[in-house]
Write a protein that binds this ligand. Structure first.
Ligand code: GDP
Ligand code: IMO
Ligand code: MG
Length: 446
């Protein structure tokens, strides 16, 4: 102990990479527990940007062990590229630093094809997936037709499993029948090569994580995506195919609920969403464009323009509840500087006029719900130099207080710029395990 989970409290891209990198400074291990390379986690250090898709956001810290847990779906080609890119940038990615669960599932060429084909077939109704094969891979996992990392180490097993996985997909894959990537021999050889390359990294990651916890070491569990993209709790079917909520850290890393001490929810000071699906506080026109440009709201993985909206407290309260959040990291407050008035959604109004203080469970209600707002004063000041709560303008502090009270979760960390030093550790962080020593400066010096 202690175990600290970091999750997205919105629709992804909240700044989990930055928060994980910051907390990793005091951590011994960082474990990614779900999702795949649909994720894009950004870290900005000394003006240099790092975009990670599969490798945990602790990798820039020389002595932190990074673990890709069993709950992650791995595209081995992408993982190898990511390893090579890091190495080219002088980041050590030796097997001592990175361990990959033998039980994690692999994204195969046909998963990418099925993801493309599935979206094409849905036409107007498409989900807007990242087309990285995530959904089809998790579907195979559930259907018990998945190929796991450990299968890369045995040619006979690998081939057998590929044959079994391909069989029920013949019809859907017909348009790709002539694609050389689908040839059994080619695919097997390609994946065996990946296996050779990844073999030194493959490990019993559950044992490793428990060894760390048993020794009292600090372990971070890094989530991908966000609560509203959760396959059970999000805006289904406009969701990803895994569980980005904190409970999934147990499953995707192989620990029990009692191994978790804190759950940090990362949220922006406003909302964004990539892909289709309900978004009750969505803005359009000039205001949306302005926030998008100021916040650089373009997908880290796909480059798509993110949809933008006001902060949604209905959704945030829901995220706080389903994750048992113990702290909030509120990022991108700086992006809101310069607006006269800001709005925060306190509840929804349904098409029939009903008021919703809680996140509506019914898809039809949610699709037609619109946000109702508390209007608050903005602030003209640039926040990027603020390092203490007292440096913030009064209106910004009021905005934060309103948010924390409504979400009923203390704000431990405030983001005031993309750089890792552009943060404020609040007083609330001092009573938290991660906040206490996770901060780059000791409490007394802040
Ligand atoms: P993740 O998927 O949750 O890790 O988030 P992304 O990396 O996809 O997107 C967050 C973006 O916001 C990245 O470009 C970060 O560099 C940037 N960012 C993070 N925190 C802040 C902040 O406090 N202020 C500003 N302006 N940018 C931030
Ligand atoms: P990070 O970890 C934002 C979205 C996609 C799409 C839906 C399903 O960087 O926050 P998928 O490819 O998972 O089947 O797509 O989920 N999505 C994300 N949106 N951030 C992410 O990850 C996302 N990963 C998936 O845009 O709407
Ligand atoms: Mg992202």
């Amino acid at each position: 102990m202690p175990g600290i989970v970091i999750v997205g409290a919105q629709w992804g891209d909240e700044g989990k990479g930055k928060v994980t990198d910051l907390l990793a400074e005091q951590a011994d291990a960082v474990v990614r527990f779900q999702g795949g390379n649909n994720a894009g986690h950004t870290i900005v250090r000394n003006g240099t940007s790092w975009k990670l898709h599969l490798i945990p956001s602790g990798i820039l810290h020389g002595d932190t062990i990074c673990v890709i847990g069993n709950g992650v779906v791995i595209d081995p080609k992408v993982l190898i590229e990511e390893l090579e890119e890091l190495r080219a940038r002088n980041i050590a990615t030796t097997p001592e630093r990175l361990r990959i669960s033998a039980n994690a599932h692999l994204i195969m060429p046909y998963h990418l094809m099925l993801d493309h084909a599935g979206e094409a077939k849905l036409g107007q109704l498409q989900i807007g997936t990242t087309r990285r094969g995530i959904g089809p891979c998790y579907a195979d996992k559930a259907a018990r037709l998945g190929i796991r990392v450990q299968d890369l180490l045995d040619e006979k097993i690998l081939k057998k499993k590929i044959i079994a996985a391909l069989e029920p997909k013949r019809l859907s894959l017909r348009p790709y029948a002539k694609d050389p990537r689908l040839d059994l021999q080619t695919m097997t050889e390609e994946y065996l090569t990946y296996g050779h390359r990844l073999e030194p990294y493959i490990a019993d990651t559950i044992r490793l994580v428990h060894e760390q916890l048993d020794r009292g070491r600090r372990v971070l569990f890094e989530g991908a995506q966000g609560a509203l993209l959760d396959i059970d709790h999000g805006t289904y079917p406009f969701v990803t195919s895994s569980n980005p909520v904190a409970g999934a850290a147990c499953i995707g890393a192989g620990v029990g609920p009692k191994d978790i001490d804190e759950v940090w929810g990362v949220t922006k000071a406003y909302s964004t969403r990539v892909g289709a699906g309900p978004f009750p506080t969505e803005l359009d026109g000039g205001m949306a464009d302005e926030i998008r440009e100021r916040g650089g709201e373009y997908g880290t993985t796909t480059g798509r323009a993110r949809r933008v909206g006001w902060l949604d407290l209905v959704a945030l309260r829901y995220a706080a509840r389903i994750n048992s959040l113990t702290a909030l990291a509120l990022m991108k407050l700086d992006v809101l500087s310069g607006f006269d008035r800001l709005r925060v959604c306190t509840h929804y109004r349904g098409a029939e006029g009903a008021r919703f203080d809680d996140f509506p469970y019914h898809q039809t209600v949610l699709h037609h719900a619109t946000g109702e707002y508390e209007e608050m004063s903005g602030w003209p000041e640039d926040l990027r130099e603020c390092r203490d709560e007292s440096d913030l303008p009064l209106a910004a502090r009021e905005y934060l207080q309103f948010l924390a009270e409504s979400a009923r979760v203390p704000i431990a960390l405030i983001g005031v710029g993309p750089g890792r030093e552009e943060v404020i550790w609040t007083q609330a962080s001092e009573s938290l395990v991660a906040g206490n020593s996770g901060s780059p400066t000791p409490a007394a010096a802040r």
